[in-house]
Design a protein around this ligand. Structure first.
Ligand SMILES: Nc1ncnc2c1ncn2[C@@H]1O[C@H](COP(=O)(O)OP(=O)(O)OP(=O)(O)O)[C@@H](O)[C@H]1O
Ligand SMILES: [Mg+2]
Length: 381
């Protein structure tokens, strides 16, 4: 093998950190140059400056050193030219037959532009994390469940659809905007999870006042103009209540499975029921109830039911779906959300993290919902 082939082989498993595909597959590795016994390997970057430059450089270098490419190796990062970016954009997201067919068919403008998750063959499960009420732990559940699924080797993305009270970027510790590859937006990645949020596009102190149609449009863009790649799961952190987002999901994400988060209080359960009924009306399959803040384990090892008990069980019974998880109240969950290091990362062995991994395992093993809704087909034949 010549040096070029050896470099390509050494880097075969090194991913572009945010595209999450091998650099070699994306044609981002240049011809190595040898001078005075030193091998310089050029690696093309998708932004200048690249926010994760050091991470990329050290991962590439380590792979080259491990493969014993040479005694002295150097990695040179070279920003892609505009033309290079354009080429990469085509590689990432060529127009699929599904999209072109749907585009050339008059599909009725209320149905909008087709997205990859609508494709009949899409293997991505879309999980809507909802509840009728604020503050019950939808966002904490979304973030920690996403990380727990990623830990199981799944490709996971979060769409923070809580446009009014977006909180996912902060919980994941992401404090920069997405990178663009031409007109395609790359979701920033934290703890192996891709994330897109309205929070990237508005400043923290401006309240978002959006009417239904704008919201609808924003969601469409987040589904169509974002490079999600081949996801196993797309999680949606839904705003509290029953409204517009669920409506848009019915149209754009007809395969969404809805999970309802509630607390053990019986009063909370009644409110949560409303979002469940909304899902039913939209014919989105309800898959399960997640009870949050179920108990607190004291230093004495005893479980204290601070918020009452039975809410999850009783809601699940009413809705005819299983209660698939009970998540304990653990201070680490709140601290993790505030610090941008979720409890599943900072304390993977904690009681809460174990509950999130059990939840991830349960969702994985229940498999996708088997529904077919003819009225939500994309083409208008
Ligand atoms: N199991 C838990 N243990 C401890 N604290 C928790 C737990 N679940 C959620 N919290 C905390 O409760 C608060 C509300 O949780 P979260 O933001 O996840 O709820 P939400 O339903 O998304 O709220 P909103 O309706 O405002 O979007 C947060 O401060 C969070 O850290
Ligand atoms: Mg929230």
């Amino acid at each position: 093998m010549d040096i070029n082939d050896r470099v390509i082989a050494a880097l075969a498993d090194v991913l572009e950190p945010e595209i999450r595909k091998p650099l070699t597959e994306l044609d981002l590795v240049g011809e190595p140059e040898t001078s005075w016994g030193k091998i310089v390997v050029p690696v093309m970057t998708i932004a200048d400056p690249l926010p994760y430059e050091e991470e990329l450089r050290s991962t590439v270098l380590k792979a080259l050193v491990d493969a014993e490419i040479g005694k002295r190796v150097e990695v040179r990062l070279v920003p892609l030219s505009d033309q290079g970016l354009l080429r990469l954009r085509q590689v990432l997201k060529p127009a699929t037959d599904f999209e072109s067919n749907a585009m050339s068919n008059p599909i009725g403008h209320e149905q909008g532009r087709p997205n990859q998750f609508m494709e009949p063959g899409s293997k991505t499960r879309v999980l809507g994390i909802s509840s009728g009420k604020g503050g019950v732990g939808k966002s904490s559940t979304t973030v920690n469940l996403a990380i727990a699924l990623a830990d199981r080797g799944r490709q996971v993305g979060i769409l923070d659809a809580d446009v009014y009270g977006f909180s996912v970027p902060k919980m994941l510790g992401i404090n920069r905007n997405p990178l663009m590859v031409d007109d395609l937006m790359l979701p920033p990645v934290a703890y192996g999870v891709k994330c897109i949020s309205v929070g990237f596009f508005v400043s923290d102190d401006t309240p978002v006042i959006w009417r239904g149609p704008m919201l609808h449009k924003a969601l469409e863009q987040f589904l169509v103009d974002v490079y999600w790649g081949d996801l196993d799961y797309l999680l949606l952190d839904m705003p509290p209540g029953t409204g517009d987002v669920a409506l848009s999901m019915g149209q754009y994400l007809p395969k969404s499975e809805i999970f309802v988060v509630t607390t053990p209080q019986l009063a909370a359960q009644r409110v949560a029921q409303r979002s469940a009924y909304a899902a039913k009306k939209l014919k989105l399959p309800l898959r399960g109830v997640i009870e949050n803040m179920s108990w607190f384990t004291g230093d004495d090892g005893k479980k204290y039911q601070l918020f009452g008990e039975g809410g999850g069980e009783s809601l699940a019974g009413d809705l005819g779906v299983p209660l698939i998880a009970q998540i304990p109240l653990v201070p680490g969950v709140r601290e993790g959300g505030d610090d941008g290091v979720p409890v599943t990362v900072s304390a993977p062995e904690s009681e809460a993290s174990r509950a999130y991994s059990k939840l991830a395992a349960a969702i994985d093993s229940m498999g996708p919902a088997r529904v077919y809704k003819s009225e939500l087909k994309v083409t208008s034949s």
